[in-house]
Design a protein around this ligand. Structure first.
Ligand code: ZN
Ligand code: ZN
Length: 400
């Protein structure tokens, strides 16, 4: 990229500083939870519409999703910049998604400024319900990323890192059916459904010793009988089954189901297992060329970027599903003191400070410059593509 283009991108974002902060604070002060982000998605979509983007809203079959597109001078790849804007129940923007939306809007406006010199398109895609609803899972299924060559977003954190993985995850419900009987007078006539569930927990606990350290299997009992003097005829539980990569997670899931089947055989109960596909968050596999380029731009802007540590704590994100079908970046920008836990009121308060907005605007500039590089330099996209295809061959990535 030429210095002239770089300067124009940065100056354009800088010129919007006040309106961007107002957009973010507007979201922060009016939190809406998963799939109910009607005002938030309209705020972000209008911001982009007013700045020359073509807006589709709703998008991909989701009421609170949108896609805002601007086209360059000729045919070329489409780079997607994603914006989340859902809040958490009760504690508002405690994951800082107001800043994700602002960074996405800022970066898209920055790229559009120089699109007249580039081949291709930029699309800002508003992706609702990251917190458990799986908005991106639904958008991936609806083909919303079918024409996208690369997808990127930045998430707030207490440390600035160019990328880290996340756990592949499924939520699973198990139900055991038995036969009720008087627990003292005729216990031999009953079939104890609760025993089926308890034996499942015991089998899972035995299995843990033979699992990789990154696997997580955790559950609760949601139905366990109605009275101590009745053999329970019905018992149910909910579990999460997670691991660092999708292949191993699927193996753990198979072994989990085998634990439940063994428990059913041992207790004479009948078993029903429901694997909830909508909450199937796949593991995030960041594209190295994209995350490295973002980090280079951050350092050139004077911001320190740390390397992820080996035993990084991680949850799950639906950006993982996007990263499984297209080269993707999901770096983190520090907006709170190191060690501030996510999903806390301290993190929510940090997501509204001037310091957080200053850091987020720097992250947006680096994101815009990375997107411009992708359109200006076909070799960068080719490297991201080659790494993706290699990982697909090795089974690390699913592909489209
Ligand atoms: Zn969160
Ligand atoms: Zn989040």
């Amino acid at each position: 990229m030429t210095d002239a283009l770089r300067s124009r991108v940065i100056a354009r974002i800088e010129s919007e500083r006040e309106s961007l902060v107002a957009l973010s604070l507007g979201l922060h002060g009016d939190p809406e939870v998963a799939f109910q982000e009607h005002r938030a998605s309209e705020r972000v979509a209008s911001f982009l519409r007013e700045r020359g983007f073509e807006v589709e809203r709703p998008y991909g079959g989701l009421e609170t999703a949108f896609r805002a597109t601007a086209a360059g001078r000729g045919d070329g790849p489409t780079v997607a910049i994603l914006a989340e804007y859902d809040a958490l129940p009760d504690i508002g923007h405690a994951c800082g998604h107001n800043l994700i939306a602002m960074i996405g809007a800022a970066a898209a406006v920055g790229v559009r400024e120089v699109l007249g010199h580039l081949d291709g398109r930029v699309s800002a895609i508003g992706t609702p319900a990251e917190e458990g609803g799986g908005g991106k899972v639904a958008l991936v299924r609806a083909g919303a990323f079918a024409d996208v060559a690369a997808a990127m977003m930045v998430h707030p954190s207490s440390r600035t890192i160019s990328g880290r993985t996340s756990l592949a995850s499924n939520r699973v419900e198990v139900e055991f059916h038995g036969k009720a009987a008087h627990a003292a007078a005729q216990p031999d006539r009953g079939i104890n459904a609760l025993d089926g569930l308890i034996q499942t927990f015991n089998a899972v606990n035995a299995m843990r010793q033979q699992l990789r350290p990154d696997a997580r299997v955790h559950g609760i009992i949601t139905a366990g009988g109605s009275a101590a003097n009745i053999i329970p005829e019905y018992a149910a539980g909910k579990f999460s089954v997670r691991a660092r990569d999708r292949l191993y997670q699927q193996e753990v899931l198979r072994r989990f189901v085998a634990c439940a089947e063994g428990a059913a055989a041992a207790t004479g109960t009948t078993l029903k297992v429901n694997v909830n596909e909508n909450s199937g968050y796949e593991n995030m596999v960041p594209s190295t060329p994209l995350t490295d380029r973002w980090a280079e731009h951050m350092r050139a802007l004077g911001v320190e970027v740390m390397q992820p540590v080996d035993d990084e704590r991680m949850g799950s994100t639906d950006m993982g599903n996007v990263s499984q079908i297209v080269p993707a970046a999901h770096p983190y920008i520090a907006i709170a003191p190191d060690g501030t836990p996510g999903h806390s009121t301290a993190f929510r308060d940090a997501a509204g400070t001037p310091e957080a907005h200053a850091n987020a605007i720097a992250a947006a500039k680096a994101l815009a410059l990375t997107a411009v590089d992708l359109l200006a330099d076909p070799a960068l996209l080719a490297r991201a593509r080659a790494e993706f295809e290699e990982r697909q061959r090795s089974g690390l990535l699913r592909g489209r």
